[in-house]
Design a protein. Structure first.
Length: 550
């Protein structure tokens, strides 16, 4: 690769390398979660976000860097998952805006594009904090600009950004007390450093395992000239697999031989599978051995490719027949609701309260912008309310507002109990803005607690926590630790309930037997006689209990 400038093919190689390197290191990034809970997913979110960009550019061989940058930005935007994924998408969006009308980018162009990405990412976060991915990106961008203005070539600009990014990442525990207490650096910042590491490797002639940049470029040629018969695995197959004790690694190995572009994400209770195959039947049948299949989506990429080629120079997107057919089958309505949740019981509760679409996701699997957008389109409503029900999905939901003709309102619910309270405040007679305000206020009155287990040994606020311990979390803090989910739940509810509270609601997870949940609810009701207590089957994975107090 040249050192004096980058063109579209070069940027494509950098993105492919970054996707491969981040995928290889996503588990290490996930493990940097401040809390030792089984839902650390920053690395997975960032890896899936940039993989969406790879899908946008993998059939392109253009040398125009503005076109590749634009495709990368669009892919990241649609595939953005979690706060870290959204911030990453904004970095690439700013990068693409800076690259507009440029065929190539020299060292200064590259540094300015990185700076532009940082500026846009900061605008996406309402209250940016020091010691996060934003800080790492900002300092890396400044170092890149200084190197470019000092006469550095492209490799030196990227190396300067990497070195400063690494140094800033190492200092993030000094900026955020929660990182210092947990003994970790910022996970999002680490993900960004992984991307810069891959870029630096490529620009200095090192190979990134699994990137396959050159092979892909040589094989596919231009998108317009590609023959349909070259798509060896035409059926893009996506589905959820729900079960108990699913052998995730074994299943991944078994599916690898059945197609390509395999992605298996999730845990022993709930997995999302993405694979390209010649025949979806054997894959679906094989996975049925381990549980139930839901949310099955199968697309014929040969037909999609034909539509893309026919769209040609017009630049118009190919039609999404699945969405069109769903819209046609449903009568248009005024107001629709999309809610995020995981667990059959929770999904049923949300539907019973009026949610039109339930998007599978939560702590262990953040949905993408495209997932939420497609759900909003399926409501066939002129106005759509989205309830993220998770603090790490709120930013993703906000990204949908400018991607559809439908009017979107996001109720910033941070948990399923908040989402349920918000649904109870829904009034179809009110405007979208009035509903968002009323539902947000209702959600804020709810206190949420969670019971899960520790995935690693750590110290939190002078409390020693061992791997496998049961933890009770309330208001973002670990309030109770023990060996029994029921004992910890009882202790946590005691911490949560105040003199003014009148209602306790408990949702038990997929790993809790109903009779056990009944016994602990009776114990808690006896301890808090002034509160009404409701018990529901939530079916959520990994979290033994979710509890709300209001």
């Amino acid at each position: 690769m040249r050192s004096e400038y980058l063109d579209g093919r070069d940027l494509k190689q950098l993105i492919l390398a970054a996707a491969a390197y981040l995928d290889q290191n996503k588990s290490a990034v996930d493990a940097l979660n401040v809390f030792p809970v089984p839902d650390g997913d920053t690395g997975t979110n960032m890896a899936m976000t940039i993989k969406a960009a790879v899908r946008e550019i993998q059939t392109s061989d253009t040398a125009d860097i503005s076109e590749i940058a634009k495709a990368v930005a669009h892919g990241c935007l649609m595939g953005a998952r979690g706060n870290s994924g959204v911030i990453l998408s904004q970095i690439f969006r700013g990068f693409a805006k800076s690259a507009e009308e440029k065929h190539q980018m020299g060292p200064l162009d590259l540094a300015l594009a990185l700076q532009a990405g940082v500026e846009l990412a900061y605008k996406a976060v309402m209250k940016p904090a020091e010691g996060t991915i934003l800080t790492v990106a900002r300092e890396a961008g400044r170092a890149a600009l200084a190197a470019a203005r000092g006469g550095g070539d492209v490799p030196r600009v990227v190396e300067a950004a990497l070195r400063q990014g690494e140094a800033t990442l190492a200092r993030t525990p000094e900026m955020l007390p929660v990182l210092r207490q947990a003994g970790v650096v910022d996970a999002g910042g680490k993900g960004l450093v992984c991307i810069l590491t891959a870029w630096n490797m490529v620009l200095h002639g090192q190979e990134v395992a699994g990137a396959g940049a050159t092979a892909i470029s040589e094989r596919v040629g231009s998108a317009a000239a590609e023959s349909q018969t070259e798509i060896l695995y035409p059926y893009d197959t996506v589905f959820m697999l729900r079960g108990r004790n699913i052998p995730v690694n074994l299943l991944r190995q078994q599916l690898e031989a059945m197609g390509d572009s395999l992605l298996v994400v999730g845990d022993e209770g709930l997995i999302k599978v993405h694979i390209h195959v010649t025949d979806p039947g054997p894959v679906l049948s094989h996975c049925l051995r381990y549980g139930e299949l839901t949310k099955i989506e199968i697309e014929n990429m040969r037909l999609q490719h034909e539509e893309l080629v026919n769209a040609g120079a017009s630049g118009e997107p190919a039609a999404d027949h699945r969405t069109e057919n769903a819209d046609a089958a449903r009568e248009e309505k005024d107001l629709g609701v999309v809610a995020v949740g995981v667990g059959d019981g929770i999904a049923e509760i949300l539907r019973s309260l009026g949610a039109d679409e339930i998007v599978n996701g939560g702590q262990t699997m953040n949905p993408s912008t495209e997932d939420l957008l497609q759900a909003a389109e399926r409501t066939n409503a002129r106005r759509v309310l989205i309830l993220p029900n998770n603090k790490n999905i709120i930013l993703t939901a906000e990204q949908t507002k400018n991607l559809t003709k439908r009017e979107i309102g996001v109720v910033p619910t941070r948990s399923v109990p908040q989402g349920i309270a918000a649904m109870l405040a829904l009034n179809p007679e009110l405007s979208l803005e009035e509903n968002v305000a009323a539902m947000t206020e209702a959600a804020r009155r709810v206190k949420t607690g969670e019971i899960t287990y520790a995935v690693r040994t750590t110290t939190y606020r002078d409390r020693e926590i061992h791997e496998g311990d049961i933890m009770g979390i309330f208001n973002g803090e670990i309030k109770a630790v023990g060996s029994s989910p029921e004992d910890v739940l009882t202790e946590l509810v005691g911490e949560m309930v105040s003199a003014d509270d009148t209602m306790i609601t408990i949702f038990y997870g997929q790993d809790v037997r109903p009779e056990v949940a009944e016994r602990v609810s009776e114990r808690i009701a006896a301890a808090h006689p002034d509160c009404e207590l409701d018990l529901y089957h939530g079916g959520q994975p990994l979290y033994y209990y979710l509890v709300s107090v209001e």
